[in-house]
Design a protein around this ligand. Structure first.
Ligand code: GTP
Ligand code: MG
Length: 444
């Protein structure tokens, strides 16, 4: 029926492993099973113990074969899974044999899921959920991915699109009023009410402070402060390794150095930055600009003060306002009598007070992550479309409100439906499909 290649990939992890799973999808399966499996085409949905041979009849391995005929399979096509011993030689022999068969080739990253999407088995947000759950490292990422892959977002967007379709129908009735210059108020008033309700819901979803994207991509903590305060020393301690260069010379760090940790149940990127000071040095000045940028984008700013010489942080007092926590470092040394107000006192070099600081960071991030329940937006892609959808709805509402034209309003609502449709992948997605599926691992 279909002219498509049959695709094949190792779906399980790095060998060696006890068992590996080799996955196939496409029309060549029935022929290939007849030629290579002693059991022939296995009975559908029943794990069948069989010998698996190459084209010359040499034994590749003995294992289980599971046949799931289309359309009731993941991809909607005939699929076959082979459970073999997970050694590299077995996998090599098996895959090289399979791709020698006519019309069989290695799958591209995400190609099984792409076929599932194209067969209408899942929408684009569910496909993204599949990619996310494979990558999930924290329980929060897993929960968010699982909600998405089981249709949590699909339901939300389907609901909004259905509402909009209803609104569009009402506006079109208004447009068709033959004897009026424009739609009478009795018809537009309820439409405006409905639009306003939807606008409120979209605004609420967009007002999530990016928590969904942060749960997925990581929260950000920036360490800023005067040169030589001990920022890099703290970063290294939090990383448990020598990630950044530490020297007694002020102005050591120039680039932003990031490490990744799990804190408070969330993925967190912690950035060490160049010490903040006025400088003639072109490289250092660029470092200071980068530090400012990182601080501006962070979820939590740690302002570090050299407890032995707080006067070096003249410039940093300017940043105090923006800082979420002020940390006095070098508690082991002779501390100045002239310390600013601070939240934590540590010795980054010796580790004193760092455990308490870490607990406070974890607590801050955990609270921030929990501040929005079940965020609707989990990717920048969704946010961009939702923002556009919202502005169309506002334009439609205003057009009806000001009586500038029901026809214009109808067109705006149609556009909004398209934007929301693009999120779930019903329209205008050719350009994003490649980007979405290339992020997958091979075999899924
Ligand atoms: N006594 C003491 N010295 C420290 C402590 N933390 C860092 N230092 C020393 O302070 C100096 C500067 O440390 P860094 O970590 O490089 O400071 P920084 O803030 O990254 O400096 P820049 O990259 O120049 O902005 C080094 O000599 C460190 O060994 C501490 O807790 N106690
Ligand atoms: Mg440094």
């Amino acid at each position: 029926m279909s002219e498509r290649d049959t695709i094949c990939a190792l779906a399980s992890g790095q060998p060696p492993a006890a068992i590996c799973i080799i996955r196939l999808s496409g029309d060549a399966i029935w022929k290939l099973a007849g030629a290579l499996l002693d059991c022939g085409l296995p009975e559908p949905r029943r794990a069948t113990l069989t010998k698996f041979r190459d084209e010359d009849g040499n034994l590749i391995d003995e294992g289980l074969a599971l046949f799931m005929p289309g359309p009731h399979s993941y991809t909607g096509e005939d699929t076959l899974e082979l459970y073999l011993h997970g050694g590299p030689a077995v996998i090599e022999h098996a895959i090289s044999t399979l791709i020698k068969e006519p019309d069989v080739r290695m799958a591209e990253p995400g190609e099984f899921t792409r076929r599932a999407f194209e067969a209408g088995k899942i929408d684009l947000t569910e496909a993204e959920g599949v990619a996310d759950i494979i990558e999930a490292e924290t329980t929060a990422q897993k929960a968010q991915a699982l909600r998405q892959l089981t249709g949590g977002l699909t339901e939300q967007y389907d609901h909004w699109r259905a509402e909009l379709t209803g609104i569009l129908a009402l506006i079109e009735v208004a447009v068709d009023f033959p004897d009026e210059d424009d739609a009478p108020e009795e018809t537009t008033a309820p439409v405006i009410t409905k639009l306003n309700r939807l606008i409120g819901q979209l605004e609420e979803a967009l007002g999530d402070r990016g928590i969904g994207e942060k749960i997925r991509d990581g929260f950000r903590i920036a360490i800023i402060g005067a040169p030589n305060a001990g920022k890099s020393t703290l970063l290294n301690r939090l990383a448990g390794r020598d990630a950044a260069i530490v020297t007694s010379r002020p102005g050591t760090t120039r680039d932003v150095i990031e490490i990744r940790r799990v804190l408070g149940g969330q993925v967190v990127w912690i950035s060490d930055t160049a010490g903040l000071r006025e400088t003639e040095d072109e490289i250092e000045a660029e470092g200071v600009r980068r530090a400012e940028r990182v601080a501006a984008e962070a979820d939590l700013r740690l302002l570090m003060v050299d407890g032995a010489s707080p006067e070096l942080g003249v410039l940093t007092s300017h940043y105090r306002q923006a800082a979420d926590m002020v940390i006095v470092n070098k508690a082991d040394a002779d501390l100045s009598a002239d310390l600013p107000d601070f939240n934590y006192k540590i010795s980054a070099r010796d580790g004193a007070g760092v455990a308490e600081l870490e607990a406070a960071l974890a607590d801050f991030i955990a609270k921030k992550a929990a501040s929005v329940e079940a965020p609707v937006i989990t990717r920048a892609r969704h946010r961009a479309r939702l923002v556009e959808g919202l502005s169309c709805l506002i334009a439609a509402r205003d057009a009806l409100d000001l009586g500038t034209g029901a026809e214009l309003a109808a067109e705006d609502v149609r556009l909004a439906i398209r934007h929301l449709g693009a999120i779930v992948g019903t329209v205008g997605v050719e350009d994003v499909l490649g980007a979405v599926f290339s992020q997958f691992c091979i075999g899924k």
